[in-house]
Each structure stands twice: as structure tokens, then as C-alpha cells.
Design a protein around this ligand. Structure first.
Ligand SMILES: [Mn+2]
Length: 310
């Protein structure tokens, strides 16, 4: 529970020496066993975005939110993360349910943007469960509408930077091209990408993407740790070695371990304003292995999102 926490995470070292910048949630202190974290100002809101209509290869990711929730609350584990946040405690995690995305892509994007904006406008911190990766673009639009222009820490086997894919500019292969074209992010830091085509390399250069492939993902750690501005975390589960997460539509061997991704998340010191976990495809899963991995990332991302220390 404590290994690494004191060295990188700000709560244990920095935050305790600073005054609280905002009023804490009404339940702070209500959980007696919870270790002091400081700066607990936000309730995280889980939102399901069951949309896989922009997938280029296999559908199935629309079923992910329900499976991830089931794994999250399974009695096979408890509801505490590695930093001692109890997700079942009052004021830690709300669940807004699933967005009614419908069948039409443009309408789905509008619905996702509106739902995420609603959470941000209430002072919440959205953690969105995809769905395919196309959902990240409307989420970042919602952040922008709320006045946020975060830097993105993006875990993925793929750059998702295509200008267009299968004649679809809103494909799940394209969201970060749209995000960067519209200036919705300050920086885009990609970790684990290992499928860079010539076109995507051109796009990465065009947008100034900071790319850390799987062989040098650790070089991203000091870059992530040095970020001061608000951060958005986009976590495509196919960043992982597919043997560790078989429930994917696009398994790409040679990926990161679950602990590698957690280590990169631990490097974040800046406030995290939102995040997504995408591309889980239950139809390809084995014994809910990948659902459990996604639920694990929910737990640890909740810890990051509810402690927006700056
Ligand atoms: Mn991917």
C-alpha cells in the first residue's frame, strides 16, 4: 500500500504541508480509517459511454461499462485502492450511469459531450468508461467548454492520430487528431504506442506529440512528473501486453504491464481533471480478466482524480 507512495505522490509529502485550497467535500473526515490525504476537494463521477459505433475492426466495447462496474464491486476484492481511498465511502465516487448514446455517431458525440460537461459544471471529476476511443474527443470538447485545456497523458498501443480512417474522421483511430486540431490540449504525451505508421508519424510531428514507445516508456516518467498544468488521462487498455488483458479489439503484443501503467500514473503530480478507460471488449475477454484490470485502473484513477493538488 505504501511502496512508492511517499516518493512520487504529492499527498504524502507536499500536500500535507500546504493549506487546503478549497473546501473539502462534506464527508472528509467521516471515514476514520482513511489516512490523511489533504486537498480532497472533488467527488469523482463514473460515467458509462457505451459507444462502439466508431470502431474500425470489432464491435463489443459498448458492453464494457457494465462489465467493469461488475468487476469493480465484485466481492472477490474490496473497494479500497492502493492509497487507502475507499470507493464505497460517501463522497468518494458517484455513478452517473450510462449515457444514452443512441445509434448515430454525431448524436452520440453530442450526448457524451453534454454528459461530461454536466459533471464538470457541477464541480465533479469525470471518469468515463468506454466504449471505443472515439469518445475521448467529445470528452475533451466538454473540458474545453468548461474552460479547461489540459495536457493529456495517453496510454495506448496506437497513436489514434489518423486524419481519417475508413473515410471516418471520427473513427476511434482519429480522436487525437481532432483534439489537437482544435487546440483542446496543451500537450499530448503518448505512452506505449507501438504501431506508428508513416502517416501517424507525420501527424505526431505536425501536432508536436511527445511519443514514448514501449521500449522507452520510463523516459516519460520525469516528463509526466514535471507537468504543472491540469492533466487528462486517457487509458486505452490495449497499451497493455495482451496476455495481461485479452479482452481487447486490437491486441498488440509487446505492451506494458499493469504495474508499469500504475507507475506512470503515480508519477503524476499535477491535478487530474478527468479521465477515460477505453477499448475493453468483453466479447474477447477470458474469465473477466480484463474487466478486473479495468476496475483496478478505476480504483487507482479515482485516487488521482479526487486529489487535485496543484
Ligand atoms: Mn488502442
Amino acid at each position: 500500500m505504501s511502496e512508492g507512495a511517499g516518493s512520487r505522490r504529492p499527498f504524502a509529502c507536499t500536500a500535507l504541508n500546504k493549506p487546503t485550497v478549497k473546501t473539502a467535500s462534506s464527508t472528509q473526515g467521516a471515514v476514520g480509517a482513511e489516512p490523511p490525504r489533504g486537498h480532497i476537494v472533488a467527488t469523482v463521477t463514473l460515467i458509462g459511454a457505451p459507444w462502439d459505433g466508431s470502431s474500425s475492426f470489432q464491435r463489443g466495447a459498448a458492453a464494457a461499462p457494465a462489465s467493469i462496474r461488475q468487476a469493480l464491486w465484485s466481492p472477490s476484492s474490496n473497494s479500497c485502492n492502493e492509497h487507502g481511498d475507499d470507493l464505497s465511502a460517501e463522497g468518494v465516487l458517484d455513478d452517473a450511469g450510462d449515457i444514452a448514446v443512441g445509434e448515430e455517431p454525431a448524436a452520440a458525440r453530442v450526448a457524451i459531450e453534454a454528459a461530461v460537461y454536466g459533471v464538470l459544471a457541477r464541480g465533479g471529476r469525470p471518469l468515463v468508461l468506454g466504449g471505443d476511443h472515439s469518445i475521448t474527443y467529445p470528452i475533451l470538447r466538454a473540458c474545453s467548454a468548461h474552460g479547461e485545456r489540459p495536457s493529456i497523458v495517453h496510454f495506448d498501443a496506437h497513436g489514434d492520430l489518423y486524419d481519417s480512417f475508413d473515410e471516418d474522421r471520427y473513427s476511434h483511430a482519429c480522436p487525437f487528431a481532432r483534439v489537437m486540431e482544435e487546440g483542446l490540449a496543451r500537450r499530448l504525451i503518448q505512452v506505449g504506442v507501438r504501431t506508428v505508421t508513416a502517416h501517424q508519424r507525420d501527424q505526431a510531428t505536425r501536432f508536436g506529440v511527445e511519443l514514448f514507445g514501449p521500449a522507452r516508456w520510463r523516459e516519460a516518467l520525469p516528463v509526466i512528473a514535471a507537468l504543472q498544468e491540469p492533466i487528462y488521462v486517457s487509458l486505452d487498455l490495449d497499451v497493455l501486453e495482451p496476455m495481461l488483458a485479452p479482452g481487447l479489439s486490437h491486441p498488440e503484443p509487446g505492451g506494458l504491464t499493469i504495474r508499469d501503467v500504475l507507475e506512470a500514473l503515480e508519477a503524476i503530480h499535477a491535478p487530474v481533471i478527468g479521465g477515460d478507460i477505453v477499448e475493453y471488449n468483453p466479447a474477447n475477454d477470458l474469465r473477466d480478466l480484463t474487466a478486473r484490470v479495468a476496475a483496478k485502473f478505476v480504483k487507482e484513477l479515482v485516487g488521482l482524480l479526487r486529489n487535485p493538488v496543484g
